[in-house]
Design a protein around this ligand. Structure first.
Ligand code: TYM
Length: 332
């Protein structure tokens, strides 16, 4: 039985990068009978940069709605990170074996500390330790994430190894990325579609909204007129086609049409809008149903947290045993 773990921050709307890079894989992996799956709305990670505390609970709820609406298998456990205090507890133990040098090399730390120059807390620096704790608490072996999280995942593998080595144990397996890691670029052509860069298309946006953003989205910058052949391999629109356009023949036609200038970027985007709508219309419908029953959403999250707490308590007992931390039981 493989254990899957992944998380999403509850900041801003869930966007197509999150959906294609992560959530879509959460769904398929959760449905495999040989998998058990844990998915978390990682609110403690969101505390690492300035945020609006008043609006925060709504963000957590909306993220939960989006996660549940994508259609995870009902065996999957969905929960909010702060409901399971063992995440931050394990982060402390792992932090004590985490090399500072490696943390300083994290690309996301460099980017975010630059972005929030005036308020860089140590939480931003130690963020990857908490992420490792999320994964290792459930001894997860497979972690579906987008390309931007691979460095953090590599760090989690290192920490598992460091802990095991330091305490001569085999407690933690080394978590692996799901073999498909994808990067969706922003509508502005930027390296990454990202909530903080204001270049996103929301997953739950109505079709007109999606179309408006797609219409203005960057494609191959060399293709300044329709007559110039395009390069699908560097075009974000084509990348998205490869994910959501189900017919391989159509994807091939699009590829050939683009490279021979037989279809223009506008036509290509229209086809993408159709594919997106086919896939996301049921997700929007389920999200509307869930918003209409907030109690049901809270119940799912509450049940998820109970399951996780029981599991987390077992891991923490083993961690403390390995580390020789026995608290009052050490007293003569
Ligand atoms: P977050 O909230 O930024 O993003 C959630 C997931 O979406 C993926 N993603 C993308 N994939 C492709 N293209 C993009 N433009 C794009 N933008 C986001 C992310 O890679 C991620 O898989 N640190 C994590 C959350 C986290 C986590 C974990 C993930 C905390 N603990 C443990 C896995 C395991 C984050 O900030 O994701």
């Amino acid at each position: 039985m493989a254990t899957i773990f992944s998380g999403i921050q509850p900041t801003g709307e869930v966007h197509l990068g999150n959906y294609m890079g992560a959530l879509r894989h959460w769904v398929s992996l959760s449905k495999r009978p040989e998998h058990e799956a844990f998915f978390s709305i990682v609110d403690c990670h969101a505390f690492t940069v300035p945020y609006d505390a008043k609006a925060f609970p709504k963000g957590v709820f909306e993220t939960a709605v989006a996660v549940l609406a994508v259609g995870l298998d009902e065996r999957a456990t969905v929960f909010v990170q702060s409901d399971v205090p063992e995440h931050t507890e394990l982060a402390w133990y792992l932090g004590c074996v985490a090399p500072m040098g490696e943390l300083g090399r994290m690309t996301q730390f460099k980017e975010k500390s630059e972005q929030h120059k005036s308020s860089v807390g140590t939480g931003l620096f130690t963020y990857p330790i908490l992420m490792a704790a999320d994964i290792l608490l459930y001894k997860a072996t497979l972690v579906p994430v987008g390309h931007d999280q691979l460095q953090h995942l590599e760090f989690a593998r290192d920490l598992a190894r460091h802990f095991n080595h330091r305490f001569k144990t085999e407690l933690f397996p080394e978590p692996k990325p799901h073999h498909l890691t994808l990067r969706i670029r922003g509508t502005d052509g930027g390296e990454k579609m990202s909530k903080s860069r204001n270049n996103t298309i929301a997953m739950l946006e109505p079709p007109q909204g999606i179309w408006k953003k797609l219409k203005g989205a960057f494609t191959d910058p060399q293709r300044v007129t329709r007559e110039i052949p395009g390069r699908p391999e560097i075009c974000n629109i084509y990348t998205m086609h490869t994910v959501v356009t189900p017919e391989p023949a159509l994807t091939e036609t699009i590829h050939a049409g683009c490279t021979t200038a037989n279809i223009g970027c506008g036509d290509c985007k229209k086809l993408l809008a159709e594919s997106l709508d086919r896939e996301l219309a049921p997700v929007r419908e389920r999200a509307a149903e869930l918003r209409a029953q907030p109690k049901r959403v809270l119940e799912v999250l509450g049940d998820g947290a109970s399951t996780c707490r029981a599991r987390a308590a077992q891991t923490m007992a083993a961690v403390k045993e390995a580390a020789g931390v026995r608290g009052a039981r050490s007293a003569p």
